[in-house]
Design a protein around this ligand. Sequence first.
Ligand code: HEM
Length: 210
Amino acid sequence: QSSYPETWTDPDTDIVFNTWGIPNGGPQTQGGFKFGVSLPADALTTDADEFIGYLECSSKDLVNTGWCGVSLGGPMTNSLLLMAWPHEDQVYTSFRYASGYALPDVYQGDAKLTQIHSKINATHFSLSFRCQNCLQWGEGEMARGVATSGGFMVLGWVQAFEAPGNPTCPAQITMEQHNNGMGIFGAGFDPTIANPSYSAWAAKATKTVT
Ligand code: HEM
């Protein structure tokens, strides 16, 4: 996928995102994948500790509704991981953290996700969300994070065909290793990523799905 973002306005929320993705129909992942980020107005000069995200992920069919995830640091290990999956009419999420390439643990930090809008159909699910305390993680030697003033971040993505087990209980889901593509890329920011309307958009994030 290209490091260059597309500036995209979500018609469902009017939020303007920088998005990076893999087109539907490409060989890397069945159904395509898209991730978007919007940042506070001053985030290109003062490092932000939150963002508004957009995830658009694929479902193979009505049984294999799947899950998808992003690594906010790039690699799977020692990064804040966010996964999402659809179940009935809700999109559920879970923050995770992995020190090795095995089932990630539930993240113990104070990252907080509130939903703005979600959508589910037979082939895709999407979620726009506010992610607070999501740009710094780990402690001591393992401290990592994103400096938004640097103008880019490194992102990892994965998709999986099978739905997680225990889907309505995010801290207790079961899952197999992702099997519908993965990648890691430098996500460059366009200045449109930092928007004066950020606070107004963030105020729309009122829904918690647990
Ligand atoms: C890569 C295992 C869950 C994000 C990998 C790789 C393995 C693995 C073995 C390296 C594959 C290769 O290089 O060929 C697993 C297992 C999981 C799991 C066993 C659960 C049972 C997750 C979750 C996320 C995630 C929940 C994010 C939400 C990534 C990313 C990569 C990756 C971004 C590619 C970047 C990298 O190689 O570090 N995973 N994973 N994984 N995984 Fe996972």
